[in-house]
Design a binder for this molecule. Sequence first.
Ligand code: SAM
Length: 249
Amino acid sequence: APGLHFVATPIGSARDITLRALDILGAADVIAAEDTRTARKLMEIHGIPVNNRPMIPYHDHNGAEARPRVLGVLEKGLSVAYVSEAGTPLVADPGYQLGRAAIDAGFNVFSAPGPSAALAALTVSGLASDRFLFAGFAPSQTGARAKWMKGLDAAGATVIAYESPKRIHRMLGELCEALGDDREVAVCRELTKRFEEVLRGTCGQVRDLLSERTLKGEIVVVIGRAVARAPSFQDVEAALTAAMEDLPL
Ligand code: SAM
């Protein structure tokens, strides 16, 4: 169909692509991609010839120049399939401004849904899935990062965040500091790939476990929501003492 199609692609295992995504990639008049080489390779794996169809690179750094080119194709009543480097476009990936521009110009926008590391991680985390917040990457700059950590509980939801292996140790230290050592977390690494691994436990446990290891590859951190603490014996005793002080003797 004419319009802009956002197509989700694998986050690891090349076979994690839907039949419909392949149909759309096969039929689109133009392929736009964050990385045209990755897109070409994926299509090759699945036996979809590019033929003489134009491929437009569209990423964060060339959006301003590339957007009019994509809109020009849509203007002709043609279809464009957009793929990011991996997973779902717009999810910590380019595509938002392109979609917005297409919508504002009155073109159809479609999704071919599929893999996203965020939902894959939530699925295996063992943490509550009824209400969650996707928080993207934490800012790397100290002040903004501290503010970001403090804001995590505001949504009252499980939080899903992406983090680089370079900063994962720092992140766990900061999470423990901001939310307490006993907050439940899951560090999900290399999902759907050969070295897939999920480390679950309290923030303190996972931090200590990782202190003796370097982690490689791609990582999602899932953070459990704050749970109301059951009153301790001391809490009950203090409440009783206070109540008794108020009793008329
Ligand atoms: N659009 C992608 C999606 O839908 O998940 C995310 C793109 S973002 C630039 C890349 C980040 O996603 C990585 O740094 C990592 O945090 C996460 N990620 C991607 N693939 C992953 C995988 N197989 N396992 C764990 N995390 C992954």
